[in-house]
Design a protein around this ligand. Structure first.
Ligand code: P6P
Length: 315
């Protein structure tokens, strides 16, 4: 008998907490993912591309679809009646829902359309989010890109692909294990002049030909974290948005802890990889502000360890 396809809703019933509350929130987020996927598929035909003319709290140009997707996420989470707070790349301040707090269990942090600079050129974008218990630590993370979300509940990472003809996310990858070492490095090389010195030496090491150690690596950079991390999870390698030094430097890198670095770090660790700032485990960082930035060095365990050794000056 062929394996019957496992849908996201079946999977959630099997893995979510007995109360099913987590499955309800994740199910709402899957609906948001389907709506975002449908909008992205038609945006170029419906005049929905382009910018709003505004600049967000990050200092970045806001795309029409950034705001639209943010509204979709907020409405989907509100409708769960289980979320009492939200942090979004597109909202200056956290959104607090006091009327939900009595029964709500979760706070959700999200980037509605990560990589939105790719939107107008039909590039890969996606929604990143993490679900945190209202109090205390711990987290369940689920990243949805328009076609493939990952879910992780402390026992590995499965990926689901949206089957548009039936409107269901169907499991396409089970228990993803990231290779211990890769052959791809992914970084915006235009920032090399301001990288911290250890990172510059590390990337030069990856570029240097040496057959015995499988170098040089090849370079791939989409400019969309979800795309670069999706590839890294499946094929291995290393993605970096490192700390910078000097003129016009982003001393803490560019990526935001709450809704980019931490959710991705959780998935990569669950798949057997490693995620650090170059010197500190990302998931050990206690957030101090909603839009806090952190340097990111993430991917195959051996590659991240090697990068950390360069940052520490041991190479
Ligand atoms: P840069 C997209 O804006 C994003 O937050 C990530 O998805 C991506 O990895 C990074 O920024 C790209 O930044 O400076 O290389 O354009």
């Amino acid at each position: 008998m062929n394996d019957v396809a496992v849908s996201l809703s079946q999977h959630l019933r099997a893995v979510a907490a007995p109360t099913g509350d987590l499955a309800i929130v994740l199910g709402q987020l899957a609906v948001a993912g389907k709506l975002v996927a449908r909008e992205l598929a038609h945006a170029a035909l419906g005049g929905r591309l382009g910018t709003t003319g505004g600049i967000n709290v990050q200092g970045e140009v806001v795309k029409k679809l950034d705001l639209w997707a943010n509204d979709v996420m907020v409405q989907a989470l509100e409708a769960s009646h289980l979320v009492c707070g939200m942090v979004s790349e597109e909202m200056d301040e956290p959104l607090h829902l006091p009327d939900r707090c009595a029964q709500a269990k979760y706070v959700v942090c999200f980037d509605p359309v990560d990589g939105s600079s790719n939107l107008d050129v039909n590039g890969v974008v996606g929604t990143i989010f993490s679900i945190r218990p209202k109090q205390g630590r711990g987290a369940d993370h689920l990243k949805i890109v328009p076609t493939t979300p990952f879910t992780s509940r402390f026992d590995g990472v499965d990926a689901f692909t949206l089957e548009p003809t039936i409107g269901e996310f169907i499991r396409s990858h089970e228990k993803i294990q990231i290779p211990s070492r890769g052959h791809i490095y992914s970084v915006n090389e235009a920032r090399a002049p301001v990288w911290q010195p250890g990172i510059l030496r590390f990337v030069d090491y990856l570029r240097a030909p040496d057959r015995a150690t499988g170098r040089p690596y090849t370079a791939r950079y989409v400019g969309s974290m979800v795309a670069d991390l999706h590839r890294t999870l499946l094929e291995g390698g290393i993605f970096l948005y490192p700390a910078e030094a000097g003129e016009d430097a982003k001393s803490s890198g560019k990526l935001r802890l709450q809704y980019e670095a931490a959710p991705m770090a959780f998935l990569v660790e669950q798949a057997g990889g490693k995620a650090s700032t170059g010197s500190e485990r990302i998931l050990d960082i206690h957030p101090t502000s909603p839009h806090q930035r952190v340097p990111v060095v993430i991917g195959s365990r051996d590659d991240v360890v090697r990068a950390e050794e360069f940052v520490a000056g041991r190479h």
